[in-house]
Design a binder for this molecule. Sequence first.
Ligand SMILES: *Cc1c(COP(=O)(O)O)cnc(C)c1O
Length: 217
Amino acid sequence: MPLSDILDRIRAEEERTGRAPGSARLVAVSKVQPLERVIAVLEEGHRLFGENKVQEAAAKWPELKERFPGVELHLIGPLQTNKVRQAMELFDAIETLDRPKLARSIARLKDELGHCPRLFVQVNTGEEEQKAGIMPADADAFIAECRGLGLEIEGLMCIPPADEEPSLHFALLRKIAGRNGIAELSMGMSGDFEKAVAQGATYLRVGSAIFGERVYS
Ligand SMILES: *Cc1c(COP(=O)(O)O)cnc(C)c1O
């Protein structure tokens, strides 16, 4: 689907639900996509992108950032502690802060590098074994722990279970954010981004609906 169609659908849902136009921002998820498709979306003027692997992002984005000024890059996949430095140098936001060890590592490097990407805590709203993210019951304490380390937590992120109504998970994420004074909500993907807008998402992570199905070789 053309990028403009996705943007139109987001605007329409913002309007329908009484939200300010542009208050739900589109993160175009470019992981695994052929470079020419990513460049086509950049040439349409889009500048906000998401990648889920540090290595993959490092291979393409430094050059694209030079060629297309104003690019903003979000890490939306799990972050290993040994890649934190590289991630902090490459990404404008890390949406997957999900454990104390990672928070300590980011806090240490923040002092050393003198800068820090914007930080989102990933919450495992479905309490799924195989999924990353802090458990909902542990979220408040973890957010407090991050703040205690001097980290500013700007947002929360979730990936709902595939077989459950996403709106319930979006609502839970919004509730946790509200009681912790957190403004940004990263939720909603290709299949449910309109529902996420209705639940207050400020970032929508949409991949295949923009770029087409991912082909893993
Ligand atoms: C791949 C991915 C997306 C995009 O998924 P689509 O269904 O292609 O829109 C969103 N969020 C995360 C965390 C992802 O890994």
